[in-house]
Design a binder for this molecule. Structure first.
Ligand SMILES: *Cc1c(COP(=O)(O)O)cnc(C)c1O
Length: 418
């Protein structure tokens, strides 16, 4: 069987990269390495070099690579019943929906819609906002919600949006963390001019904008204003969900969520531990019934294999107490990086195992490249910040290995010397 999908070609890393460039669309730029294998927090490239993966497929591989429980669950489900249409239900899909509602502490009447990715989850949430009968949606500057047309309308970055305009209308981007601007958006003048607010859509911690947490109190204010206006509070937890900040959902972390309960939560990245699956969790009957029969759909969303991956991921997070471990290992990582005393390192921000190393100069791409050479995968998430979103199974020793890199990394002042 495996001969049928064999990739055993006598190619060097450069040869693979050349083949990639010839055959894969150039939306991502050339691959940094060609990776062939993973185990736990490590991956190996085509030349046999090992890397400590502190990015985990961008906050996806919460259980690390090739986790035996996840592998077994996916294999068993695929070998039993791999796909059915949404004309049919499956025990795995139904059970994952129930588990997500439990984990979210969802009230009676709450429901789930499954997708394959984060952007699709936000797409569904965006469609839900239209079903309020209002079209005015508030999002934040720096917000990232995905690349399909609706999610892109919610996303702020002009370079992502502008080549694809016109996008679905009605979205206003408010300055990040600005409570006055948030209040003004709900003011009688704003409503008279632009209409009632359908929803406020935010990430509790902005991931792609550089691991920026909303200031304390912002979400609580957002909740008060949306509730008073009959608008939805939609939290994009595609990156922050599934234990990354030390709770199942970031809104459940007191220092992030401040006790706020949203109407809608979107999930994806970590949900399947690396298997593609996303979800919209609608809390309460009103949100759960916005999309009526026939108003939304997907072929693959809720696929039994994806659902099995979600159940296995949740099961391992619970069994191995990874919610407690994320902040513990995160703390070791932050403290060890700061103790390294490198003048290039100004600080570490973030929560749990969603962190950014703040640099004294805008040299994040050079630091990420140096890390790769040193066998560590990180990501330059802002000009002066490097993101760490490692598997939640990262050990304290592995965290210390990472810290040793940050203690020693240097980037020449003069780019000519680089
Ligand atoms: C990654 C991400 C998305 C998009 O998810 P995809 O699976 O890439 O479509 C949406 N929102 C947030 C907060 C993300 O981090």
């Amino acid at each position: 069987m495996s001969e049928l999908i064999s990739t055993a070609r006598d190619l060097s890393a450069a040869g693979w990269t050349e083949a990639y460039t010839r055959s894969v669309m150039d939306t991502f730029g050339p691959p940094q390495r060609i990776l062939v294998r993973g185990e736990g927090a490590y991956v190996w490239d085509a030349e046999g070099k090992r890397y400590l993966d502190l990015l985990a497929g961008i906050a996806v591989n919460v259980l690390g690579h090739a986790h035996p429980t996840l592998t077994a669950a996916v294999s068993a489900q695929l070998g039993t019943l791999g796909h059915v249409s949404n004309f049919f239900g499956t025990p795995t899909q139904i059970t994952l929906a129930e588990r997500l509602l439990q984990l979210a502490g969802a009230p009676e009447g709450s429901k789930v819609f499954f997708t394959n990715s984060g952007t699709e989850a936000n797409e569904a949430a965006f469609k839900m906002t239209r079903r309020t009968g209002r079209t005015r949606v508030l999002a934040l500057e720096g917000g990232f919600h995905g690349r399909t047309m609706g999610a892109l309308a919610l996303t702020h970055k002009p370079a992502y949006r502008e080549p694809f305009e016109p996008l679905p209308g009605g979205v206003e981007h408010l300055p990040f963390g600005d409570t006055d601007a948030l209040e003004a958006a709900f003011s009688p003048d704003a409503v008279a001019e632009r209409g009632e607010v359908a929803a406020l859509v935010v990430e509790p911690v902005q991931g792609e904008a550089g691991v920026r947490a909303l200031p304390p109190g912002y979400l609580a204010l957002g909740r008060r204003l949306t509730s008073a206006a009959g608008a939805l509070l939609v939290l994009d937890e595609v990156q922050t969900g599934m234990g990354r900040t030390g709770a199942w959902f970031a809104f459940q972390q007191p220092e992030i969520g401040g006790g706020v309960v949203p109407d809608v939560v979107t999930l994806a990245k970590g949900l399947g531990g690396g298997f593609p699956v996303g979800a919209v969790v609608a809390l309460g009957e009103r949100a759960a019934t916005l999309l009526g029969r026939g108003q939304h759909g997907t072929t693959f969303g809720g696929n039994p294999v994806a659902a099995a991956a979600g159940l296995a991921t949740i099961g391992v997070i619970e069994r191995d107490r990874l919610l407690a471990r994320a902040p513990e290992v995160g703390k070791v990582l932050r403290q060890a990086i700061m103790a390294g005393g490198n003048p290039l390192v100004r600080g570490v921000r973030g929560h749990g195992l969603l962190l950014a190393v703040e640099l004294a100069r805008p040299v994040a791409p050079q630091v990420a490249a140096a890390a790769l050479d040193a066998g560590i995968i990180v990501n330059a998430v802002a000009p002066d910040a490097v993101r760490l979103a490692p598997p939640l199974v990262l050990t304290a020793d592995q965290a210390l290995d990472a810290a040793r890199f940050f203690a020693g990394v240097t980037v020449p002042e003069n780019p000519e010397e680089a």
